[in-house]
Design a protein around this ligand. Sequence first.
Ligand SMILES: Nc1nc2c(ncn2[C@@H]2O[C@H](COP(=O)(O)OP(=O)(O)O)[C@@H](O)[C@H]2O)c(=O)[nH]1
Ligand SMILES: [Mg+2]
Length: 476
Amino acid sequence: MSFINQAKLKKLKQKASDIVNRSIDQHVTLAVTGLSRSGKTAFITSLVNQLLNEGNNSQLSFFNVVHEGRYIAAKRVPQKHLHIPRFEYDGAFSALCQSPPQWPKPTNGISELRLAVRYQPKDSLLKYATGSATLYIDITDYPGEWLLDLPMLSLTFEEWSKQTTALLNQAPRNAHAQEFLDKLADFDPFASVDESVLAQLSQEYTELLLLFRHQLGLSVIQPGRFILPGELEDAPILQFFPYSGFDDIDSNDYQNAKDDCYIGMLRARFIEYKERVVRRFYKEHFINFDRQIVLADCLTPLNNGPESFADLQNAMAMIMESFQYGQSSIFSRLFSPKIDRLLFAATKADHVTPEQHSNLVSLLNKLVFQTKQQLSFDAIKMKTIAIASVKATQVGKSQYQGRSIPVIKGRQLTNDQMITLFPGTVPASIPALDYWQKQAFNYIAFSPISSANKEECLPHLRMDQMLQFLLGDKLK
Ligand SMILES: Nc1nc2c(ncn2[C@@H]2O[C@H](COP(=O)(O)OP(=O)(O)O)[C@@H](O)[C@H]2O)c(=O)[nH]1
Ligand SMILES: [Mg+2]
């Protein structure tokens, strides 16, 4: 063959390879959610860390592309949406690498990060045509509280107000809500609006929601945006609250109320909130997600007691509505999401001894599916798992009354002391009364473990199984 021909052939081969390469580059959008403090930031930081540093002592044996030696490398590339804040991987990772290591700072909105993962395709046909392929992964972090707002879409202001004030009047919320409820009972709904009064009462309602979440450990927070406003902080669209006196006002007066009286303006803002905040999130973001992971911290509510646990149960049912695309769902009328895989992960599994992990998964299953049959989720593949994104404890055995019992060991977050303990048993299903009477689950917050080498991957539990479920089929 002449030199010219050889050069031509080489060029042709390259071209063919380019075409194949291009056509097998793939793209997947991975959304991560969970209520505040459920562990989203730690999770994404660990996920990115495992993929970027694969090979440096990483433990991903259940991630097939790694196990089969086809994983080449990952790097960060500029994210897709420039108007969305970047997920601050560097800040979060360096907090974990400090000495002593710290957990990353909490965040209060949506953020994004894009990775490009190079790998060798398994399919031999493609393998001969090209050495490698690329999977682009767009990771989005958003507050689970935002999903709690979906049920509001099918409620009127009157219905929502009645439902919400009923909740405020029940234990454990009523012990803190009385003063606010008294103020609501006092004010004239048809008087013309003083915006500062509206702002003040909205502020008080928001403070109550924050107290419910962070002091009482409750999960049903509505509107969810009020405690995690993202870029809407202080915007008037977040300044409304439920009205408690519907039974005492004339319904014609209510229907005819203009926007410049209190009740009219509250109603207008409620409607505006549903349109511009709730519906918009689903339209702009949610419908673009391919795969979703929902993180749930089941252990803190177990530690807090029955009311907190029951509230988590209710919140999970509300969150599940976002993934029911069946005929009777809110979605069938509004949007058509395309999520095809949904993973539920019980986080912070390093807080319990390993023999409790199967109970933790089965508890999560009960929380997620409750009374609903899996039938309505047919189009979506689902899995439940117990993980630790960043493992902060070590497992050992201890002697107790002549018996050897499993224990965990870690550095206590509050006082920096090493502690060894058996935190308690995790119930395999929704705990009955006697669980709460017999034993309390002892949840102790731990500091992250320091790593000798920053280049090494963060220690974890089952992040590889999670990766395999969410990405395995895209990396074949
Ligand atoms: N032991 C342990 N604690 C965790 C883990 N992930 C999160 N945490 C704890 O939970 C807190 C909240 O996590 P974060 O990721 O900020 O939650 P986010 O609000 O959902 O982003 C952290 O500060 C840690 O104290 C984990 O894998 N193991
Ligand atoms: Mg966060």
